[in-house]
Design a protein around this ligand. Structure first.
Ligand SMILES: Cc1cc2nc3c(=O)[nH]c(=O)nc-3n(C[C@H](O)[C@H](O)[C@H](O)COP(=O)(O)O)c2cc1C
Length: 180
């Protein structure tokens, strides 16, 4: 399987990054092909509701950092959505990224893929309840299977390593990605 890890935190080496790396490390050890991208490296602009993705080849007409990500999405079996909780939701780049999945609503191009949410928050998992629900409904509309989430408690860079349950859950999910 191909596993694409997306990090929507601006902090490389931060808490989201550590958990995404943990999943990818274990998935790689289990024989899966893994890759990771930081959304902040990709200059993802907002969806402008031009509706071009509802016509013709059902592709996004915008020419920006998503151009490199669409082929990776297309070729992945599992997508890890990593974002810290920012005001009870995802970070701006992760929200832009999710908005830019609109072409797949018409094409059904994500049908059958799996998604994992990774989301640390200063005040812990309860802070992510709205984010979990937002993604659950979005994945449902996109035909994506929500295959698990790793929520944790962390504030400063690296704090997540003290949340052993979160790190262990990330490792467990990474090991079990090939299973139904
Ligand atoms: C703009 C902003 C908003 C945040 N909002 C919340 C929040 O609503 N609840 C919470 O518990 N933590 C919140 N945090 C804290 C982050 O979720 C926390 O520091 C997280 O561990 C950062 O992960 P990272 O190292 O991957 O960037 C916020 C941080 C920032 C910068």
């Amino acid at each position: 399987m191909r596993v694409l890890g997306l990090v929507g935190s601006p902090r490389k080496g931060g808490n989201t990054d550590i958990l995404v790396d943990t999943i990818l490390h274990e998935a790689g050890r289990s024989g899966h092909e893994v890759m990771k991208r930081h959304l902040h490296d990709h200059a993802i602009g907002p969806c402008i509701d031009c509706r071009m993705c509802k016509k013709g080849d059902l592709r996004c007409a915008l020419d920006d950092g998503m151009r490199q990500l669409y082929p990776l999405i297309d070729s992945s079996d599992v997508i890890v959505f990593g974002t810290p909780v920012y005001w009870f939701g995802p970070t701006g780049p992760m929200k832009q990224f999710i908005d830019r999945l609109r072409p797949y609503y018409a094409s059904r191009g994500l049908q059958g893929k799996k998604a994992i949410l990774v989301s640390p928050a200063n005040d812990g998992p309860k802070e992510a309840d709205l984010l979990v629900e937002m993604l659950r409904r979005s994945f449902m509309h996109l035909g994506v299977r929500f295959a698990g989430s790793v929520l944790g408690t962390a504030y400063d860079r690296g704090d997540i390593l003290k949340d052993e349950a979160a790190v262990e859950e990330a490792a467990r999910i990474g090991r079990s990605l090939g299973m139904k």
